[in-house]
Design a protein around this ligand. Structure first.
Ligand SMILES: Cc1ncc(COP(=O)(O)O)c(C=O)c1O
Length: 382
């Protein structure tokens, strides 16, 4: 008999909704990935490097050229000068970086605070390390940190807090002032942070991204994680990075070394070339995705869904209570896929205990203009 280490883990809603979308021939705005390709020169660079023979193991900590580009970008965006040898590690996706950071820090019996709704990879990583997630719900409707509840959740067993800004699924941003509050709150505790910033360049309406990398006190105890997949429209490349002070990086690398050892070599070469030739890519990203958000939101104004344009990420939440208040969000997502041909993700799946009256769906707008127009047209008929 197998005693499962993750008994509660089954097929995720992302797989379920994508399968249902395929079955029904529905437009798939559920899973978070673009339906367009990354830059052609970036893709051509991979081919070039494969042909040039860059096909063996990369260094365990990542190619020097790519770590240098990451450090240069971070200095440009957040004003922090890093030692790319001791503080930057390239990983096969942000997911592996998060997993390794959790394994590096969490001991059996430790508690890890996550904010609900939260990304689904955090809790299994904590459980496999022998820790326990303490779920602190964000306050609605803005998905802001509830400081009283956070303070009440912190105790001497708390080892780690996992932040995610811009936030999946809500798009909410944590401000610099909130980072200051957090720093004050954990100052006297032995608590570390994982700051999941995979959507760092997807912030709109001129808002800045308050990175933990730009916060002296918090960075001293943090792993900051990002994803080239999100930033360069190549989620299938599963390539990301983690930045942390040298003592934390040392511990993370001890785990990373035996989980995957290294990221994929030709992808790292290609990303290094592209970042060096196109530093402007990240500066242009907010406008690129904001125009998709604005198009989708403008078109949805003709529908019965209620929403506020998202401040970040490529996800737009909509409230459907004026349409089918009788349905739970899981039922609504299924109904919408089957009856109206548009797949989404119900927000309750990101919660340990979803609020009873939650009537929110998440749509991914990282899609071509014609996909967004077709989806909105269908949604306006609901
Ligand atoms: C909040 C968040 N963190 C991490 C990831 C994983 O990133 P990667 O594909 O680089 O592993 C995702 C992907 O959807 C995400 O939404």
């Amino acid at each position: 008999m197998i005693v499962s280490k993750l008994p509660q883990v089954g097929t995720t809603i992302f797989t379920t909704m994508s399968q249902l979308a395929a079955e029904c021939g529905a437009l798939n705005l559920s899973q978070g990935f673009p339906d367009f390709d990354g830059p052609q020169t970036l893709r051509e660079a991979v081919c070039r490097h494969v042909i040039a023979g860059h096909n063996q193991y990369a260094p365990m900590i990542g190619l020097p050229a790519l770590r240098e580009q990451v450090a240069a970008k971070i200095e440009r965006c957040y004003g922090r000068r890093l030692d790319e040898t001791r503080e930057v590690t390239i990983t096969p996706g942000a997911t592996e970086a998060i997993f390794c950071a959790v394994q590096a820090l969490v001991q059996p019996g430790d508690e890890v605070i996550v904010f609900d709704p939260c990304y689904d990879s955090y809790e299994p990583a904590v459980q496999l390390a022998g820790g326990r997630c303490v779920h602190v719900p964000l306050s609605l409707p803005n998905f802001a940190i509830d400081w009283e509840r956070l303070e009440a959740a912190i105790n001497s067993r708390t080892r780690l807090i996992i932040l995610n800004s811009p936030h999946n699924p809500s798009g909410a941003l944590i401000s610099r002032a909130e980072l200051d509050l957090l720093a004050a709150l954990i100052r006297d505790y032995d608590i570390h942070l994982i700051s999941d910033e995979v959507y760092e360049h997807l912030v709109y309406d001129g808002a800045p991204h308050a990175s933990v990398l730009a916060h002296e006190e918090l960075y001293a105890r943090a792993f900051v994680v990002s994803s080239f997949g999100k930033t360069y429209h190549v989620t299938g490349w599963k390539t990301g990075y983690v930045v942390a002070p040298p003592d934390l990086t040392d511990e993370l690398r001890k785990v990373h070394q035996f989980v995957t050892f290294c990221g994929i070599t030709p992808l790292q070469w290609a990303l290094a070339d592209y970042m060096s030739a196109h530093p402007e890519h990240v500066d242009e990203l907010p406008a690129f995705y904001q125009s998709k958000r604005d198009l989708f939101c403008d078109l949805l104004k003709g529908s019965r869904f209620a929403f506020t344009p998202t401040p970040g990420t490529y996800f737009q939440l909509v409230d459907y209570s004026a349409i089918r208040d009788d349905l739970s969000d899981v039922e609504m997502a299924e109904w919408l896929t089957r009856e109206h041909g548009v797949a989404s993700i119900p927000v309750s799946v990101f919660y340990q205990e979803p609020p009873q009256d939650l009537r929110l769906l998440r749509f991914c707008f990282a899609k071509r203009e014609d996909t967004l127009r077709q989806a909105a047209e269908k949604l306006c008929r609901v």
